[in-house]
Write a protein of this length. Structure first.
Length: 530
């Protein structure tokens, strides 16, 4: 029954991405039917928000991993695992400026939410006077004008295939108050985004529909935009990390725009960026830099990142952006917030903070026996907890050591747990106990990125053994405790030839002799070099 339930969930997981892709495919056509150039308003929505995104040349849909995701791809909010607060100042063209404040808050398994507020300040404008006949009558002082933007977003992980990848989704709601004109204009709308961490290491793909809305007072549509983005993260050395990104943006009234950018981060402290955008009259080059202040420098449980970017708007001039983002709690180097979580019949270990990849080990407090729980080092802050024999354990999560003196060397977190023997059904009185049926049809299946051993049988419990195919080789147990169902997650074995045996047993009646299955022989090949 458990396998059938998983199959139904897989069917739903296949339908959801298809529906979202179809929606993204048809929305540009629907927007094109709404009008052409000059039919949209809310100019504040046309100004890129964020210093780091502009350093990439606007190619940020596939990067989106911080507070700026609220304005570029709300699906990126799903990756925020600690509170963030930020402030942005933009020196724009024609003496205008743009200021934004934002905050993001994780909400556990439901991802994270974010709020942002911005003001586009047009500065002081000369006030003109009209004669009774409507002709120009000179000037009389000045008047100030501004646009106001309020935005909220939510992102969460909707599908997780483990090491093969995951899919995040997010939505935004926006409202703009435009003070230009005699009565002003109020617009409302929103957007949505997808972020797919593909099975290819470091590669992410994104699709975004943003600024989908219209005026609720005044006239005009929001400047709708669709983005298709990609990003590739690669570390050529332990102290250098690079991200290469590219976006293609589609709009109904301002034409299409191609963006590309590169970021290189050194010793987790200094980042340099460069980018380019083309396809519109306002395209051009951009550049930027960032500097991280770790908690060890301030003595505070928070890190601070200061970013700057400059970008060209062709004949319109040059713009400058300065942004600071503070990250609280989760900026700690050591993994923390370690806890156990149950999903169905499986137990998971989850944690926050730290810098991956992580290795997880368990030490029996009574015997001092150590056991690795992570088959390979993982960047995910989540691990399926394998079955452990009854006892008391200290579990240690160890992250990569830093190559920079800016970070402390300690990158370990610990939790203590206690496991108990599984309950067994009481024996039923019987004159003669029937023989146990031998397990049949041993085979492997792949479910959600993990390998399971399955068999057929009706015995009360089972044990699984593995050993070398060499003559006289002994079998070693793979199951720490009796299994009460005819399946088990199969651990990773080293290269070699093995024979697998499943034994039927009755823990409630030790007098009944066990029954072994026929051998299942497998060959484990060495892992291919990276």
């Amino acid at each position: 029954m458990a396998v059938k339930r998983w199959d139904r969930s897989v069917s739903r997981n296949r339908v959801l991405p298809l529906v979202l892709v179809l929606v993204l495919a048809f929305l540009p056509g629907l927007a094109g039917a709404g009008g052409g150039a000059g039919t949209t308003g809310a100019p504040v929505l046309r100004i890129p928000t964020g210093a780091r995104p502009e350093g990439f040349g606007g190619a940020y849909a596939g990067v989106a991993d911080d507070l700026s995701a609220l304005f570029w791809n709300p699906a990126g909010l799903a990756g925020i695992n600690a509170p963030e607060a930020g402030a942005l100042y933009t020196s724009y063209i024609a003496q205008t400026s743009y200021q934004v404040l934002g905050y993001a808050q994780p909400i556990g398994r439901w991802g994270a939410i974010a709020l942002g507020a911005g003001m586009l300040d047009y500065g002081s404008l000369v006030k003109t006077v009209a004669e009774p006949d409507g002709l120009y009558g000179g000037t009389s002082g000045s008047v100030s004008a501004a646009d106001w933007l309020v935005a909220g977003g939510w992102g969460m992980r909707v599908m997780d295939w483990g090491s093969p990848g995951s899919l995040d989704a997010g939505i935004t709601l926006k409202s703009v108050i435009n003070q230009q004109g005699p009565d002003g204009n109020i617009s409302a709308g929103g957007g949505f985004g997808l972020l797919w961490r593909t099975p290819v290491p470091g590669v992410r793909l994104a699709a975004v529909g943003d600024n989908l809305g219209t005026s609720i007072k005044g006239s005009g549509m929001m400047p709708a935009v669709w983005r298709l983005g990609s990003a590739w993260e690669y570390s050529p050395s332990p102290i250098v990390r690079t991200i290469l990104a590219a976006d293609e943006q589609f709009t109904a009234d301002a034409g299409n725009r191609t963006c590309a950018g590169l970021e290189a981060t050194f010793i987790d402290l200094i980042a340099v960026r460069g980018g380019w955008s083309g396809g519109t009259a306002a395209g051009g080059i951009s550049f930027g830099a960032g500097f991280l202040v770790p908690p060890s420098w301030t003595g505070m449980p928070a890190s601070f990142r200061l970013d700057y970017s400059g970008s060209s708007l062709a004949d319109l001039g040059f713009t400058h952006r300065v942004q600071v983002i503070a990250r609280f709690g989760g900026a700690s180097v050591a993994p923390h917030g370690i806890k156990m979580a149950r999903e169905g019949a499986e137990k998971y270990l989850t944690w926050e903070g730290g810098r991956g990849p992580f290795e997880v080990t368990a030490v029996n407090s009574d015997t001092d026996e150590s056991r690795s729980l992570s088959v390979v080092a993982t960047n995910e802050r989540r691990l399926l907890l394998p079955a452990l024999p009854p006892g008391r354990y200290q579990i240690t999560i160890t992250g990569v050591k830093s190559q920079s003196t800016a970070w402390p060397d300690d990158n370990e977190g610990r939790i203590r747990i206690k496991t108990a023997a599984p309950a067994v059904k009481p024996a039923l009185a019987a004159a003669v106990a029937p023989p146990l049926p031998a397990p049949l049809k041993l085979h492997f299946v792949r479910e959600a990125g993990r390998t399971f051993l399955l068999w057929e049988g009706t015995a009360p419990a089972y044990e699984v053994f593995a050993g070398s195919t060499d003559p006289g080789a002994t079998l070693a147990p793979l199951s720490a405790t009796p299994l009460l169902e005819s399946r088990m997650p199969f651990p990773k074995l080293g290269p070699g030839h093995y024979r697998i045996v499943v034994r039927a047993m009755d823990p409630a009646d030790p007098s009944r002799p066990p029954a072994d299955s026929a051998d299942l022989r497998i060959n484990v090949k060495p892992a291919a070099p990276k």
